[in-house]
Design a protein around this ligand. Structure first.
Ligand SMILES: NC(=O)C1=CN([C@@H]2O[C@H](COP(=O)(O)OP(=O)(O)OC[C@H]3O[C@@H](n4cnc5c(N)ncnc54)[C@H](OP(=O)(O)O)[C@@H]3O)[C@@H](O)[C@H]2O)C=CC1
Ligand SMILES: O=C1OC[C@@H](O)[C@H](O)[C@H]1O
Length: 383
């Protein structure tokens, strides 16, 4: 049977849009996918020159690079370079929009796309605040359109493998959780207008990197078969300020899953995180350790409980689940979007709206309790 093919419109020509389009152009069979396929039919930028440059660059992909498969096999054949985003939303050839703009533009871009009748995959963090997210979800429901936050990590081979371990029950009940995504970002070398620094673009560690300790909290604790708490809350949080632009240099917060365990989540722009352990779930029978990087981990470890020789896990083991070769790791989420649209779903079971709302709610608490310039910022929906 021919694969279900989804036709993408891409919003913005920055770093992540480049990686996403790269992956749409890779041969799906390289990741053993044959039921869905992708086409890129329009690219929108604030300038038509930038959109054209983006298209031309992909068309000139050298033969020995993985996206050349898509260039030769019609994925990019009729792509249009547009000088406004609206032209992409209004294009009747487009089935789904990928939003790859800075954080604080996600709401407006997604809203415009849904209003024009398009399905949307929107980069993380979904929105600036929960009020904006609630409005987008209501609009998707009203328009009967698919909407998903692009938390690509949830679709990686490792995430499925870890889920199997948790479902097997062999680790027992979770007792303690820690997750971190930190990097030594050269903030002092960047202009204050850089998206990681500018409060107007949602700069700082929390909104950019916070989604990754959160994704592991959601996959390892929230979706753990032992968890019954549907609305885990932040108990306390702390942020320090990067004084040049008044955004958070780091954010730390503690989440409570009632009746189960607490999770400590960290993100830091001023210091690199531990390479061996980016997320650790300590359970009754043993520990589950996710190796760095948290956004695209390819290995996890299971350790016996250090102080207990009667536990059921006797030996350390390491499990490797690589991303398919030639792939940045974003094609898996694109495949999910295609399958959901094919199956007429409005949301993905693996990245449901309720779970985006939980994480967005944590960010609201951490951000509005903190001392930064983004603390008092409100999304458009609440104005
Ligand atoms: N899933 C993942 O692994 C990653 C996700 N991201 C997410 O993707 C989003 C974009 O990040 P990234 O690609 O690194 O950012 P970039 O700065 O590289 O690109 C953002 C693009 O957005 C467009 N844009 C529209 N308005 C503005 C504005 N006012 N200022 C700057 N750019 C604007 C520009 O494209 P144009 O001029 O063509 O309109 C620009 O190139 C963020 O929300 C981030 O969280 C980022 C990195 C990794
Ligand atoms: O989503 C992301 O993942 C990788 C990081 O380097 C980047 O800052 C972030 O936006």
């Amino acid at each position: 049977m021919a694969p279900f093919t989804i036709r993408w419109g891409i919003i913005s020509t920055g770093g992540i849009s480049t990686k996403f389009v790269h992956d749409l152009l890779v041969d799906p069979s390289s990741r053993e996918v044959s039921d869905v396929a992708h086409k890129v039919v329009a690219v929108g930028s604030r300038s038509v020159e930038s959109a054209q440059k983006f298209v031309d660059k992909f068309k000139a992909t050298p033969d020995d690079e993985s996206p050349s498969w898509g260039i030769k096999n019609g994925v990019f054949d009729r792509v249009k370079a547009r000088g406004t985003y609206q032209e992409v939303y209004d294009d009747p050839d487009v089935d789904a929009i990928y939003v790859g703009t800075p954080h604080t533009l996600h709401y407006e871009n997604t809203k415009d796309a849904l209003t024009a009748g398009k399905n949307v995959l929107c980069e993380k963090p979904f929105t600036l605040d929960s009020a904006e997210l609630d409005e987008l979800i209501a609009l998707a429901k009203e328009k009967n359109l698919f909407l998903m936050e692009a938390v690509w990590t949830r679709y990686h081979p490792l995430a499925y493998a870890v889920e199997e371990v948790l479902k097997s029950g062999k680790l027992g009940k979770p007792k303690r959780f820690t997750a971190d995504f930190s990097m030594d970002f050269p903030m002092d070398d960047k202009p204050t207008s850089h998206r990681m620094l500018d409060p107007v673009l949602g700069g700082g560690a929390l909104l950019d990197m916070g989604p990754y300790p959160s994704v592991w909290a959601m996959l390892l604790v929230h979706r753990n078969p032992y968890n019954k708490d549907t609305d885990p809350k932040v108990l306390t949080s702390y942020q320090t300020v990067y004084e040049r632009t008044n955004v958070d240099l780091n954010s730390r917060w503690l989440v409570d899953w009632k009746g189960l365990c607490q999770g400590q989540l960290l993100t830091d722009l001023g210091s690199a995180g531990l390479r061996e352990a980016t997320a650790v779930l300590q359970c009754e029978e043993g520990d589950l350790i996710i190796e760095y990087p948290p956004y695209c981990s390819e290995a996890f470890q299971i350790h016996p409980r250090p102080e207990r020789d009667l536990g059921t896990i006797k030996e350390k083991s390491r499990h490797v689940h690589p991303i398919a070769k030639g792939n940045n790791g974003m094609s898996y989420e694109a495949d999910e979007v295609a399958r959901c649209i094919r199956d007429k779903k409005l949301e993905s079971d693996r990245m449901p709206w309720t779970e985006s709302k939980i994480v967005q709610g944590w960010f609201d608490v951490v951000r509005t309790s903190g001392p930064t310039a983004t603390a008092t910022m409100k999304g458009h929906a609440s104005k």
